[in-house]
Design a protein around this ligand. Structure first.
Ligand code: ADP
Ligand code: MG
Length: 246
């Protein structure tokens, strides 16, 4: 097995605020890691570091063999990592002036120099896969939140990522649309995609995660198999968090 994400002794500050404290975390290829924790605990910051959206102050980070320096100065690694790592945000962040299909075609054509014909074929296949082939020529604002989020996932997949990051992908959705997005993520996991997922969907975490990580005030205080973390949490902070959300 190979380790696609390696974080060692990572520290991150926003000004004086110490947001990530001595984070040690490795993710194996093919693994699904779910990150849970209270609002403000540093979950978003942690996964944003993985694709270089945030820098960090000390420690080591390597993503698929590309080292990122604390200063974030390694532009070559950053470029490689951004090609290999897909990200899906809470707010879908689709380009409003592009159709659904064009949203998906853009990065492969611009970044990977794919031809229009190839990118079009990929987009159609991916839209089929996330169950919205019939929405291809609409603009994002004409889609439901659940459909928009599925487009966002398809758009990320179009780059053939080696790792997918999800930051609360269902938190902005109406309850009836959460399932359709989780279904797509569940399928991806089944197909062997390596995933880091921040979510409050504990049912999903229990079912899909290989490993659950609980983060409290910027520290990993507990990690393990979902059944261990959920049914038998060792740390009292985890117990208290879970008693509030389960
Ligand atoms: P979570 O995703 O777990 O809710 P975040 O990673 O978003 O937590 O935030 C962790 C802490 O860092 C919070 O206290 C938050 O207010 C702070 N923070 C996040 N982003 C910034 C930023 N860009 N500038 C300053 N503080 C930030
Ligand atoms: Mg967050």
């Amino acid at each position: 097995m190979s380790q696609i994400v390696k974080m060692q002794g990572m520290n991150k500050y926003f000004g004086k605020l110490h947001v990530l404290k001595d984070i040690n975390l490795t993710v194996e290829t093919g693994e699904v890691v779910v990150i849970i924790g209270a609002s403000g605990s540093g979950k978003s910051t942690l996964i944003r570091c993985v694709n270089g959206l945030e820098g960090f102050e000390s420690g080591k980070l390597e993503v698929d063999g590309h080292p990122l320096e604390p200063s974030r100065s390694n532009q070559k690694s950053l470029n490689e990592i951004r090609k290999e790592v897909g990200m899906v945000f809470q707010q879908f962040n689709l380009f409003p002036h592009l159709t659904v299909k064009k949203n998906i075609m853009l990065a492969p054509m611009k970044v990977k120099n794919e031809s229009q014909v190839v990118a079009n074929g990929t987009a159609e296949r991916l839209l089929q896969r996330v169950g919205i082939a019939d929405q291809a020529n609409k603009y994002p604002s004409h889609l439901s939140g659940g459909q928009q989020q599925r487009v966002a996932i398809a758009r990320a997949l179009a780059m053939e990522p080696r790792l997918m990051l999800f930051d609360e992908p269902t938190s902005a959705l109406d309850p009836e649309m959460i399932g359709e997005v989780l279904d797509v993520m569940r399928e991806l996991a089944k197909e062997g995609m390596t995933m880091m997922v921040v979510t409050h969907e504990m049912g999903f975490a229990r079912e899909v995660a290989d490993r659950v990580i609980y983060i409290h005030e910027g520290q990993i205080v507990e990690e393990g198999k979902p059944e261990d973390v959920f049914d038998n949490p060792q740390n009292e902070r985890t117990q208290s968090f879970l008693s509030r959300v389960l």
